[in-house]
Design a protein around this ligand. Structure first.
Ligand code: UDP
Ligand code: MG
Length: 140
């Protein structure tokens, strides 16, 4: 079993597709182990995406992710990290496989609806960023 952090980003919440995103994960047999809605401040957003600090899009990205409420969740399952990313599709929706969340709903490479941890190391940073151990359900 593996855990990963996923986020319905502000554009996904705005487009009323929180349920659609969650349904796609659930339909694949993945389990929601923790979930809540939150609005990040710009500083928190900067800490969450600290790995991208030197990238040219860092400022815009942190502004975007803090522009409105988001839904953060821990998703659990075998190979959850890779499977969530497969369901999400490529970062740039123009390159995302048809039938993925980003191909179906993303506006552009920035406003791309959904986040998923990209490695066990990222998940180990991102999950505790939002959830403490007692908030993550066992055997969900
Ligand atoms: N992003 C962007 N411009 C880019 C690349 C990424 O605005 O050229 C944003 C986009 O919202 C993306 C996030 O930054 O989801 C994190 O980038 P990353 O390369 O980690 O993509 P992801 O892991 O989300 O597919
Ligand atoms: Mg990433």
């Amino acid at each position: 079993m593996q855990q990963t952090l996923s986020i319905v980003k502000p554009d996904g919440v705005q487009k009323n597709i929180i349920g659609e995103v969650i349904t796609r994960f659930e339909r694949a047999g993945l389990k929601i182990a923790a979930l809540r809605m939150v609005k990040l401040g710009i500083e928190e957003a900067g800490r969450f995406y600290i790995v991208h600090k030197e990238r040219p899009f860092y400022g815009e990205l942190t502004a975007f992710i803090s522009e409105g409420p988001i839904v953060v969740m821990v998703i659990e399952g075998k190979d959850a990290i890779k499977r969530v990313r497969d369901i999400m599709g490529a970062t740039n929706p123009k390159e995302a496989r048809p039938g993925t969340i980003r191909a179906d709903f993303a506006t552009n490479i920035e406003r791309n609806i959904v986040h998923g941890s990209d490695s066990p190391e990222s998940a180990a940073y991102e999950i505790p960023f939002f959830f403490s151990a007692p908030d993550i359900m066992k055997n969900s």
